[in-house]
Design a protein around this ligand. Structure first.
Ligand SMILES: [Zn+2]
Length: 501
């Protein structure tokens, strides 16, 4: 009845037994002629024990290409320890991120697991280097260990519609000799920061550290504890701290600090975190996917934070991959919370580059991120439930004065960078910006309202954010209501204690 059909195009049809048929716009991929048509039966969340063993399967693959094409090849399939995710919410209804994978039972075509994610390749593909050369990155997707053969379907958003379309499929037979069910023997030390219950009913965060020597392991533990407390003091985490487990895994380094190519500081550290990712001086990433996955899997984890033993301002956050934070910077608290917003809920940056004059861009698509909008349909604003009836859309604010101030700060920042000033000089500029932004906002009529404020997602005109201020916009330590709601929706996928339907 349900089988894999080998035809020229892909159409993944999701059906549900009790609900109307849902057509999902997963259509042809880059290698259209080679892709099979796969029928997918979406019956909602399946019974975990019917389909899964309780372990975690990790599919490592190489993701290569350039700005025009991308390709995938299986690297290896290994066990990543007990399944740490929820056993009731198995299909991802949020559909966040630029990529999305589905795991389908091969025999009866039932969708048994799905999740959205972002990747280093996906970001790299957008930089100018990808026009000229090829890049290749190792990536992983993790899902509960299936009892029977499955098909993994990987989709990417079609830039013309923002809907997912299949770009890769691969079959996995868990009984195959190519699948290694052995558990890794872990030898690193684990520090429990907070534990509130079983991994399958909690949000599990693992904290790793890079550039901490053996003598600095107490510092690592203190940094992990300090930044965990910062996170737990912010809503929406504050009122849900009992739903969150945090554990740290120690990986002592032979050298203190990490690689910083721009100022010519080169080092080799256990997790290979380095500044200067994509030639951006303050962007800290690691490309050593297998190492961080192996280290992290010593404990149950849904989300990963990597502390970088550096004062140099820097970090990064990639949806469902990891967050990096420079632990000694004056703004480490901000970096921790802001980057976790990207990592956990795929939140967009709400800031934009202030410029002297603007040209209106041509925006015809609604962004997929939950916290910015193109406001193409005012009556169906995606956060309209949070908007008070009296708030005008778009919502007026004194943008010109704010942008002029922002532009001046940017010019000063650029100059200081060129002068290679000590970190505390840059921190002082950020403090000045922090305080003056507060002063601007305090005078605004709609300073606490939820509406649609122009400027967001790196775009000064035509993209709107929901509130005047948010930690995704400035370095002020609070999420706007929409970002909070988005984070709660994600956390709910990890904390369910009973079937949804
Ligand atoms: Zn926000």
């Amino acid at each position: 009845m349900k089988r894999i059909l080998f035809v020229a195009t892909i159409a993944v049809l999701l059906t549900s037994f009790n609900m109307p048929v849902e057509q999902r716009s997963v259509t042809s991929g880059a290698d259209t002629l080679k892709q099979p048509q796969i029928l997918v039966e979406n019956r909602g969340n399946v019974v975990f024990d019917e389909y899964f063993t309780g372990k975690t399967m990790r599919l490592d693959f190489n993701h290569s290409g350039n700005s025009r094409e991308e390709h995938f090849a299986v690297d290896r399939i290994v066990s990543d320890g007990p399944w740490p995710g929820n056993k009731f919410v198995l299909t991802d209804k949020l559909e966040l991120g630029p990529y999305f994978f589905q795991v389908v039972d091969k025999e009866n075509s039932t969708l048994i697991f799905s999740r959205g994610f972002a990747s280093v390749f996906g970001e790299w593909q957008t930089i100018p280097e990808a026009d000229k050369s090829w890049g290749s990155f190792n990536e992983s997707i993790r899902f509960p260990w299936p009892k029977k053969p499955v098909i993994v379907i990987l989709g990417k958003r079609d830039p013309s519609t923002n809907k997912f379309k299949t770009i890769w499929t691969t079959e996995i037979d868990p009984a195959s000799r190519d699948v290694n069910p052995a558990d890794l023997v872990h030898t690193n030390r684990v520090d429990v920061i907070q534990e509130n219950g079983p991994a399958s009913e909690k949000v599990d965060i693992v904290i790793l550290g890079d550039g901490y020597t053996k003598a600095e392991m107490k510092k690592f533990k203190d940094d992990a504890t300090r930044l965990s407390r910062v996170l737990m003091a912010q809503e929406p985490f504050k009122s849900r701290s009992k739903s969150i487990n945090i554990r740290a895994v120690e990986t002592p380094s032979e050298v203190s600090g990490v690689c910083k190519p721009h100022p010519g500081v080169f080092k080799r550290t256990p997790l290979s975190v380095q500044y200067g990712a994509f030639d951006s001086e303050r962007y800290a990433l690691t490309y050593d996917n297998k190492t961080i996955r192996n280290v992290a899997s010593q404990v149950p984890y849904d989300f990963m934070v990597i502390l970088v033993n550096e004062r140099t301002y820097g970090g990064g956050g990639i949806y469902n991959l990891y967050t990096t934070v420079s632990s000694d910077n004056k703004f480490a608290d901000y970096i921790m919370v802001h980057e976790l917003g990207h990592h956990m809920a795929g939140l967009a940056d709400e800031y934009y580059t202030s410029a002297v004059s603007y040209e209106a861009p041509d925006i015809s698509l609604e962004p997929w991120e939950t916290n910015i909008t193109a406001l193409l349909d005012k009556n169906n604003l995606k956060w309209k439930a949070l908007v008070d009836g009296g708030t005008p859309l778009p919502t007026p604010w004194n943008k010109d004065a704010f942008d002029k101030f922002g532009y001046d700060i940017q010019q000063q920042r650029k100059k200081l960078r060129e002068q290679k000033v000590p970190e505390e000089v840059m921190e002082a500029l950020f403090m000045k910006q922090y305080e003056q932004e507060d002063a601007y906002f305090s005078k605004e009529k709609y300073k606490d309202a939820v509406g649609a404020f122009e400027g967001g997602g790196y775009t000064p005109i035509g993209i709107y954010r929901s509130q005047l201020d948010c930690i995704m916009f400035t370095r002020h330590m609070h999420f706007c209501k929409v970002c909070q709601q988005s984070l709660v929706s994600v956390m709910n996928q990890y904390t369910a204690t009973a079937p949804e339907n």
